[in-house]
Structure formats: C-alpha cells, structure tokens
Design a protein. Sequence first.
Length: 338
Amino acid sequence: MKFQNKILLTATAVSAMLLVGVANAQTPTFFRIGTGGAGGTYFPIGGTIANGISAPPGARPCDKGGQCGVPGLIAIAQSTTASVFNNAAVQNGELEAGLAAADVTRSMYMGEGKFEGKAHPKLRIIANLYPEDLHLVMPKGSSMESLADLEGKRVGIAQAGSGTQVAVLQMLEAWGITRDNIEEAELNNSQSAERLADGQLDAYFYAAGWPVAAMVQLASTKGMSLHSFTEDDLAKINEIIPAYIPSKIPGGVYEGVSEDVLTPAVSAMLVVSSDLDEELVYGITAALWNSNTRKLLDNGHAKGKQITAETALDGVAALGVPLHSGAEKFYKEQGLLK
C-alpha cells in the first residue's frame, strides 16, 4: 500500500542521555505515525508526538537546547483515514504506529463484531491519550429529539476506515437508522463541514478531541448546532458500545454553542506493532513522557494538556489489548504499573 499523505511535523534535536539501549544514535530510523484528516484532532496531536519523540542524527543535543527524543529517530505524522486504517497498517507493517479509538482497537485485535474472523494480533498499546467526544453537527438553529429523527436526512457518517463510522453505524441501528433510510455521505471532517455549510448535508458525525479545527471555522462563519444526547440515550449507547462513555463538550468551546453538550466519548490510543524492538518502544515511551514533550503537548492542540503519564494506563487493562513490552518496561520502572 502506498501512502500519499501529508507529513505534518518532524522533530529536530535530542540527547541519548535519557534513553537506554538504543543502538547507534547516528543511524537514522524512520517511524511513521498514522493520524487522521487535517481538520481533525489526530493530525495535530500526532504531529506533536512525532516532534517530541524524534531526534535526527546530528541534531543539537537535549542538554544544549534541543528536543529530547530517541537518538537517530525521525518520526513522521501522516494524514490517513484514521482508526481502522491505522490499525490495519500497523498490523501489516505499513505504519510503525497509529492513533486509534479504543473500541475499534479492541474489536480489531480480538477479531470481533465487524472484524469477526479478521483478528489483528500484532496490535499493542503504548498509551491511552485523551477522550474523543462524538460531535453530531447540524446547521445553526437546528435540533432533534433523538437519532431516529435522522431518517430520510442527508447524513455524514465519517470516512470509510474511520473508527467514527464503525461506532456511528452501530449507534444508528439501535434507533432504526441504516444506510437504507438515510442518504449517507462518507466524508472526512473538513469535507463534512464544507457540505453542511453549503446546505448539502443535514447533519454529520465526527469523534475527536475538542476543539476540532474544521468545526471552529464552521461555527465562526456559517454557524452550527450540536446535538445534546439525553442521559438515557448515553446509557443506551454505552450498552451497545461499552468503550463509549458519557462525556460533555463544555459550552463556549464553539462559537454560538453556549450550553454544555452531553455526548458519548471514546479514548484515543497510541498503537504500535508487537514486531517493534522492545528497547526502541521503551525509548519512545520515555520520550513521550519527558519534560520537553510535556511542553510541546501543553503548547499545541488544546487536547494535548489532557495527555499525561498519570492517565496513560487508564482503561488499558480492561480493553484487553496488551501493552507493548517496551512500554510495559517503562511504566513498571516509573512505578506506574505493578
């Protein structure tokens, strides 16, 4: 499979002092991280992570003002169609890492649900990153009682190959909505926002950490509304997809959306292959949680502040997808894992 994706960020400098057992700091190692569409959250977050863990050969060392990643590592964040694509590419060796929704990662690892008979046994976790809130976006002034109101409407169900689409189709079915009784559009977030603004969509779904760039632009130009689910609806969704838990998009995140929006959310995970060398993944995990990367996360996308070592293992044990042995080694050494 050939990638024709955008390179978001590469990093510049680093010292070998923080990392143990990484061979020959001057031998470049390329590390591809699958993200998502440019208008979403995976794209900028993946770029920040790539920046933090990289240290190209010959770059300025950490103790002299450089960044503090893995010596010789050149990480590249690539725009993709997100979770399903990223996990499949990690399994097949076409990406070294990817950002992916927890529910999709579990289903693909286990070979369950839509992926029955198609297990992806090489998937491994480095960290839980942040919650992805489901946004059900509608034109300004629009509202609905429940998902059943989407019958007969033009609805963006996210890209094929995205975790959002897999989950949304499961949710819709519980309210009697299928591809047969809506006019569905398989679009990325930016395309969906453009179609909604032009009056070509009545609603669209997208799961991402707020604020989502394409929605910020939509809200400040054409305006938009967000559907707020009832507590009963959130409980129903949690029964259908246990990885989706009740969450909230605070009022004021998007211009014109002043009230809190109740919505389901799923965790975003950083996923790698079991084929990766243990010491390499140990070094990447250490670099992810060093003070330099902390600054990058705090000063980048708003969701970066929620990506912490203290929450890195939240929900991982219950997910059923193993940690990579290199990540496990790091967390045990740091006292974060018994």
